[in-house]
Design a protein around this ligand. Structure first.
Ligand SMILES: Nc1ncnc2c1ncn2[C@@H]1O[C@H](COP(=O)(O)OP(=O)(O)OP(=O)(O)O)[C@@H](O)[C@H]1O
Length: 264
């Protein structure tokens, strides 16, 4: 049992996510119990407004749960200092305000902030890690470009490079494939899958690309009617979860081919 637990990097216990405005609680999903292991690629899916961003923010410690708890490496996230959290978890938000006047290399170097002194001086080890992150994401060739010169797909890779430079066991991404064409969606997903497997990282990302997630991910969190179902894609398909994810009059799910289709 101990050896199994050693592989769990992120888990929740009876988590309730939601909002507390003017002391009025609005739960978005209740009783979430998930355990994410090293090396797993996990997709977070659900219809618009089902709570994906709320859950991702709560898992990242950016928003307090209404009840229950999130544990990172067996420590409750609320009790982890921001400095320690930055060495365990990196977050890539799609609409994050980043200074696009920075060069790609400067932006990726920001990933080393949790490890540098207050002047931000980079050691040779930091520089090696930055170069490795740039090469791993195939953005080394872009290193001297300004971020405003990048396409959406290139910027997404650079943000992943920054997360790699932060060198954390857990990476969370909010809709990393938004605005990308099919080829670039596939290439980001394949990159995330390789990083999870080869570097034994836990990667959780929210997405509307459910077909791709079913094909490529180890586990999925499906937000549905104030619940979150957590299992392998195969188990979720067998349970019929995707058959009823969308209103049945306009979207169907083909179990055999594992794809959604539009109804006329
Ligand atoms: N600050 C807030 N206060 C109260 N309710 C909020 C707040 N932010 C979001 N919500 C509500 O929480 C619910 C979940 O929103 P969330 O953004 O997490 O969904 P989502 O699955 O990420 O949606 P989308 O796919 O459209 O990005 C929605 O009903 C939304 O209106």
């Amino acid at each position: 049992m101990q050896s199994i637990n050693n592989h769990i990097t992120l888990r929740t216990k009876d988590l309730v996510i939601g909002y507390n405005n003017n002391r009025e609680e609005t739960p978005i999903a209740k009783n979430l119990n998930i355990d994410c292991k090293k090396g797993e690629l996990i997709a977070l899916v659900g219809i618009n407004g089902s709570g994906k961003s709320t859950l991702l923010r709560t898992l990242a410690g950016l928003q307090e749960p209404l009840a229950g708890a999130v544990y990172i490496n067996d420590k409750e996230i609320a009790k982890v200092t921001p400095a320690s959290l930055a060495q365990q978890l990196s977050v890539v938000l799609t609409n994050q305000a980043i200074s696009k006047n920075l060069t790609v290399a400067e932006l990726v170097a920001l990933g080393r902030q949790p490890y540098t002194n207050w002047l931000g001086t980079l050691t040779e080890v930091d520089k090696d890690i930055i170069i490795r992150a740039l090469k791993r994401t195939e953005t080394y060739i872009l290193k001297d470009k300004k971020c405003y010169e990048l396409s959406d797909g290139q910027l997404q890779r650079v943000l992943i490079a920054r997360a790699l430079a932060q060198d954390t066991p857990i990476i969370m991404l909010d809709e990393p494939m938004t605005h990308l064409d099919l080829h670039h969606k596939a290439s980001i997903l394949n990159l995330l899958a390789r990083i999870a497997t080869e570097e034994r990282k836990t990667i959780i990302f929210s997405t509307h690309e459910i077909d791709y997630a079913i094909t490529r991910c180890d586990k999925m969190i499906v937000m549905k009617e104030r619940q979150a179902l957590y299992d392998t894609p195969e188990a979720l398909i067998a349970q019929g979860v995707f058959d009823i994810l969308f209103p049945s009059h306009n979207v169907g799910f083909d179990r055999k081919n594992r794809i959604f289709f539009l109804k006329k």
